[in-house]
Write a protein that binds this ligand. Structure first.
Ligand SMILES: Cc1cc2nc3c(=O)[nH]c(=O)nc-3n(C[C@H](O)[C@H](O)[C@H](O)COP(=O)(O)OP(=O)(O)OC[C@H]3O[C@@H](n4cnc5c(N)ncnc54)[C@H](O)[C@@H]3O)c2cc1C
Length: 480
């Protein structure tokens, strides 16, 4: 039976039945209670919803999803709502429920002999990292939003972050999934196997699908040995080209001990120093670029520190680096990391800006930056470019702020043109217009310009096969 929930009597009926499943307390339909769930992280959009539903188990989730299918009500899965592409809030119609996973927050099992952990989708990333440490294991995914984002959101966006260089992104860190399909069945794919060639990789389809194919309720995650020691440094460099030379040199010298290699321009560093209290100047002079390097290993502390010093000495002798600050304590290492992690926050304090999350082949990065900077300067003289990111993974956050003295709102009117310049450049260098944030609603139409008609058609076929009624997060990723 399919009843369109287009009358208030039907909606009333629908909500009554939701309350039967999860209880009154966990069906929010008053506007003030729903506000946090329908407002995007950057406060760019405030939408509406029929209700916010908060199931506490996969079974409750499945029953709610089946009910939504019966009433033809679309579902927007939501974890921590920290996503940056308008994927986790309803589209403008407001004709949808938000299915929040906040109460699906149990660690179901830790198997140290298999180095795996089975967790529910609404567990905060930070809690998963801690639970792994409590069992003397390490879960490597690390994002600045880890105190608020959930593993279900991380899986659904195939999240990246600062540890991809060594451990890969979310798809590489997950072995199995439990998923509620759009008609309310539970697929138990909670396999904890590192080898399993038994047909199509359904798990990998749901990962990165941004809630458009089904709702993830639990996952089996890979665990690793806890690194015994870390060494961290910020290095000053003369150019983006030298940054990449240092990256390759560091990889050749240190192999997989190189666990992070982040990059920021001088403008980024100055922005953070302007807004972050207790930040002292790192270097007497300023340099065009900086890289943040981290080595982590099972060696003793002093050996890792020695490796880092040796690497920097050799790089300096080869004139690859200009200067370096090595952290001599964990507190100093955290301070160096905070410079990198607070760039976005500092740029926001400076005013709204136009953000791009792109990836490129490493070899193309110097030319991409040089040419794109020049193109933007030609069309928008004085615009300020904040380029930073996980350069070891080829991932740049390439943000553009208004020229000084120009009204931010006037500048933002040109957002589409600026996106076009940057994304066309990315495409010309065989890159991707979304490295780790996904497509959501923000880049849903933009991607049509860059993927071939065949690829779009294949994506639509998958969407149609798994969600024929287009009830899972409609209006996101790809139109059904
Ligand atoms: C300060 C800051 C720093 C960030 N840094 C990074 C970074 O370094 N790397 C990175 O990759 N991202 C980063 N992000 C983006 C964001 O944190 C990630 O995308 C994160 O993985 C989203 O998790 P979430 O639980 O908040 O998901 P949400 O925002 O709630 O949802 C994201 C998407 O996943 C879907 N979804 C959520 N849960 C489920 C589920 N259980 N089943 C099916 N679909 C679901 C939603 O519908 C939506 O489409 C950052 C964000 C902020 C605010």
């Amino acid at each position: 039976m399919h009843l369109p929930a287009n009358s208030s009597a039907e909606t009333h009926q629908f909500l009554l039945r939701c309350r039967d499943i999860v209880g009154d307390e966990f069906v929010l339909s008053d506007t003030p209670l729903m506000e946090g769930y329908v407002t995007d992280w950057r406060k760019r959009a405030v939408r509406s919803a029929i209700a916010v539903l908060l199931p506490a188990s996969a079974e409750e989730t499945a029953r709610l999803v089946a009910l939504c299918a019966e009433f033809a009500i679309p579902i927007v899965p939501q974890g921590g709502n920290t996503g940056l592409v308008l994927g986790s809030i309803p589209s403008e119609t407001g004709h949808a429920v938000v299915m929040s996973t906040r109460r699906l927050n149990r660690i179901r099992a830790v198997d140290t002999d298999n180095n795996t952990m089975t967790v529910e989708a609404g567990c905060l990333l930070e809690n998963i990292q801690q639970a792994a440490l409590n069992s003397d294991r390490f879960f490597p995914l690390s994002l600045a939003s880890e105190g608020s984002c959930t593993i279900g959101g991380n899986l659904s966006t195939n999240a990246g972050g600062t540890a991809v260089l060594r451990y890969g992104n979310m798809r590489d860190l997950c072995l199995g999934l439990e998923v509620v399909t759009p008609i309310g069945e539970i697929w138990n794919g909670l396999r904890a196997l590192r080898k399993d060639n038994t047909g199509y990789a359904l798990r990998d389809l749901y990962i990165g699908a941004e809630g458009s194919l089904g709702l993830i309720t639990a996952a089996v995650l890979k665990l690793y040995p806890v690194p015994r020691a870390k060494a961290t440094a910020i290095v000053a460099l003369a150019s983006v080209g030298d940054t990449l030379k240092l990256f390759h040199f560091a990889q050749a010298q240190c192999g997989t001990d190189l666990s992070a290699f982040e990059f920021m321009s001088d403008f980024c560093l100055r922005l953070v120093q302007k807004y972050q209290a207790q930040t002292t100047s790192l270097f007497k002079a300023s340099f065009p670029q900086y890289a943040l390097l981290e080595l982590s290993s099972q060696d003793e502390d002093h050996i890792v520190q020695q490796k880092l010093n040796e690497l920097l000495n050799q790089a300096s002798q080869r004139c690859v680096i200009q200067n370096a600050v090595v952290a001599s304590s964990e507190k100093q290492a955290n301070m160096l990391w905070s410079l990198r992690e607070n760039i976005s926050a500092a740029q926001s304090k400076e005013g709204k800006n136009i953000k791009h999350d792109v990836s490129l082949p490493l070899s193309a990065i110097p030319q991409f930056i040089e040419q794109t900077d020049a193109l933007l300067a030609k069309h928008y003289p004085g615009c300020q470019i904040v380029a930073f990111g996980h350069i070891g993974d080829g991932n740049l956050h390439y943000n553009v702020s208004a020229p000084q003295g120009t009204s931010v709102d006037t500048f933002l009117n040109d957002q589409q043109e600026i996106n076009r310049i940057v994304h066309d450049q990315v495409h010309a260098f065989f890159g991707s217009i979304s490295a780790e944030h996904g497509l959501g609603e923000l880049k849903r139409d933009e991607i049509l310009r860059y993927k071939s008609p065949l690829e779009i058609q294949l994506m639509r076929s998958i969407k149609h096969a798994l969600d024929p009624k287009n009830l899972m997060n409609p209006g996101k990723v790809i139109e059904g």
